[in-house]
Design a protein around this ligand. Structure first.
Ligand code: 5GP
Ligand code: MN
Length: 330
């Protein structure tokens, strides 16, 4: 884990801008598997900016249902079977090269430009710009677009603002700093609509309400009420008619629980449990996730525990106790 910001941030942006502008072949723009608002927003924002320069940029990804409003019809390539000759890959928001989705990475020697804000990123690629102090990859992409000399348009700004909004928990997480608000202001002034994005992201389907009621029924409080948790499994999803991707936003709701410092959602797949965490104040969800073999950011992190729900809870509470003790909360 290296949470230091990249000391050569501006220089690398200029270097990347030059590399992209002088590239003759296709530029594949892709992000991590199970893309979130920051991943897809960054892909679409950068692609549109590159295309405005006449570059052959190809955005790759499949949006989850709640982000289907982001791309235009036919804009995204779901996955590439073969890489075009002479292609360059821009990997966005991808902490591991193996998590880049839709690109046949095993075939390659493809040169990679790695732009990300996860501290655990091993700095892979020909140029790696990794800055964990940035709240969203979308902010780094916005800076890159400025380095490219492209003026922000509404079409470029809207997906980037989606990334900023989702990665800061609607500006509520501890990473919502001045730079975030200034960047958001620039994006709004360029034509991105905060109202439209919040409306689109805030839609709750009938089945999602049923899901919420089932998941909230599993809520438990631990460590003196400082940790709130709930779980979801296939049986619940089947009963309410939802899919796993509709589970994503629930942990942010749990985070609002009075008196808590850590919210945990256990996604119980039977043979393994994916743990999704959100923390408040100086509590680091990242520390807990890393101890469990996962990663993420200080206020939002996750890990996968091999084993059943009981085992996952035991391991998580063990690490949560250490973290809460570290910050003096226990
Ligand atoms: P979420 O809870 O929204 O799935 O994830 C929050 C953050 O934690 C994201 O930045 C995500 O990349 C990271 N994260 C979630 N699960 C894992 C995991 O199993 N391993 C790693 N390295 N990061 C994870
Ligand atoms: Mn991100």
């Amino acid at each position: 884990m290296n949470n230091a910001s990249d000391p050569q941030y501006a220089d690398k942006l200029a270097q990347i801008a030059l590399r992209l502008k002088s590239h003759a072949g296709s530029i594949i723009v892709a992000a991590h598997e199970d893309p979130d608002g920051d991943a897809l927003g960054s892909v679409l924002g950068l692609t549109r900016a590159l295309q405005s320069l006449g570059l052959d940029a190809v955005p790759v990804g499949v949006p989850p249902k709640y982000l289907e409003y982001l791309p235009q019809v036919g804009e995204l390539t779901s996955s590439l079977e073969v890489l075009p000759e002479g292609a360059l890959l821009v990997a966005l928001d991808s902490a591991e090269v193996t998590r880049v989705i839709g690109v046949p990475m095993d075939q390659t020697g493809i040169p990679i430009i790695n732009i990300d804000h996860h501290g655990s990123n091993p700095r892979f690629g020909e140029i790696a710009l990794v800055s964990p102090d940035k709240a969203a990859t979308a902010i780094m992409v916005k800076d890159l677009i400025a380095a490219l000399g492209v003026k922000l348009t509404a079409e470029i700004a809207a997906p980037l603002l989606t990334g900023v909004i989702t990665d800061t928990g609607f500006f509520r997480n501890s990473n919502a700093n001045g730079e975030v608000l200034r960047s958001a202001a620039d994006l709004v002034e360029a034509g991105a609509s905060m109202v439209a994005i919040n409306e689109a992201l805030g839609i709750t389907t009938r089945n999602s309400f049923k899901l919420q009621s089932e998941v909230y029924a599993t809520i438990a409080y631990d460590l003196g009420g400082k940790v709130i948790s709930a779980f979801v499994n296939d049986a619940i999803l089947e009963r309410v008619g939802c899919t796993w991707e509709e589970v994503e936003s629930l942990v942010s709701h749990l985070r609002s629980a009075e008196g808590t410092l850590l919210a945990v959602l256990y996604k119980d797949y039977g043979d393994k449990v994916k743990v999704s965490m959100r923390s408040k104040a100086s509590v680091s969800a990242q520390n807990i996730a890393v101890a469990l073999g996962g990663g993420g950011h200080v206020p939002a992190a996750g890990a996968t525990v091999q084993g059943n729900l009981e085992e996952a809870k035991r391991l998580l509470l063990q690490q949560a106790q250490l973290e809460l003790t570290r910050v003096g909360a226990l």
